[in-house]
Write a protein that binds this ligand. Structure first.
Ligand code: BDR
Ligand code: CA
Length: 312
């Protein structure tokens, strides 16, 4: 039976690839809904972009719900400098025809977790954690009904990408991240520690292009776009492809390995706000609350991605 997932997202080119990977894998994953959040770009654009991506995949029946337009307590920080003005720069695509659902994304998460049998729905947040934390605040009963939260966020060995200490998704809404990491739900974390090993090199972009399909061209356009920024920034062979690691983990967990450790979210530090204080070496006596991934088989990851995208 395919695993039921809700993708909570702020597309973003790498979010877009994550959504496509999930939609291309119906034998493994049943995408029961996509909820959007403000992050890489404001909410009206992430809500537009999520539907653009569903239409690129030809999956017009996937329900898309708009969620929170601002972090719990802070002013929204966006990342147009990485993702471009639309959030999905890199290839021109028409405005979506499929409508947004009327229900608020947070209420969809709550209602779904209450309706489906306990322990059957996996949450896949690949943007700031505002929607998930809001759902947990509004309906604390759903926390114990979640099967697993597999999220992209944080950094320990690779430290920060938006500040010297913090990764973007956690930095945008650290109060929300704190609520999620303290929720008691089973959490698996794909941080910069692994996504910085999943680089879209020229050869990998060419492999997407060589698919010769609309999806292949879109993914090549998107990954090529943010590659220009990231390669300059990191001086590496290609840009990290962050968010699809969450979906790849659900399909092929053996591509990843990590440790079950304690992770705390810094919310006050003058220079370190949004930092994920990951006790990788287990030097504190704080109880483990997350499975923190430390390594990825990057060739296997890109093989899986290319093979699945070829189906769309
Ligand atoms: C994360 O931030 C966003 O810019 C990406 O979409 C990814 O989710 C990486 O730090
Ligand atoms: Ca994202």
């Amino acid at each position: 039976m395919p695993r039921k997932i809700i993708i909570d997202t702020d597309p973003g080119q790498d979010d877009a690839v994550a959504i496509l990977l999930a939609l291309a894998s119906p034998e493994d994953l049943d995408v029961i809904g996509i909820t959007t959040v403000a992050g890489n770009v404001p909410l009206h654009l992430t809500s537009r972009n999520a539907r653009v991506v569903c239409e690129v995949a030809g999956k017009l029946d996937v329900p898309v719900f708009a969620g929170c337009d601002a972090p719990l307590q802070r002013k929204l920080v966006t990342a147009e400098h990485v993702h471009g003005k639309t959030g999905l720069d890199g290839i021109e695509l028409p405005d979506p025809k499929m409508p947004l659902r009327e229900q608020h994304g947070v209420d969809f998460i709550i209602e779904t977790l209450r309706r489906e049998p306990s322990g059957t729905v996996t949450l896949c947040p690949i943007g700031p954690l505002t929607n998930i934390a809001s759902a947990f605040l509004k309906a604390p009963d759903i926390r114990s009904r979640v099967r697993e939260i597999v999220l992209m966020g944080g950094a320990y060995f690779e430290v920060g990408n938006i500040t010297p200490a913090a990764e973007f998704n956690i930095y945008v809404d650290p109060e929300a991240a704190d609520i999620v990491f303290k929720s008691g739900a089973q959490i698996t974390v794909m941080s910069l520690d692994i996504t910085h090993k999943a680089l879209v090199t020229h050869a990998r972009v060419s492999a997407f292009e060589a698919l010769g399909t609309r999806v292949g061209r879109a993914v090549a356009g998107w990954t090529h776009f943010f590659e220009r920024f990231d390669v300059t920034k990191y001086g590496s062979k290609g840009a990290p492809l962050h968010d699809p690691t969450v979906i790849a983990y659900l399909i092929q967990p053996e591509l990843f390995s990590g440790r079950h450790i304690n992770v705390e979210i810094e919310r006050q530090g003058e220079f370190t706000c949004g930092m994920t204080v990951a006790d990788w070496w287990r030097v504190s006596d704080r109880a483990p609350n997350a499975m923190w991934m430390g390594s990825i088989a990057d060739d296997g990851f890109f093989d899986l991605l290319t093979e699945r995208l070829a189906r769309l």
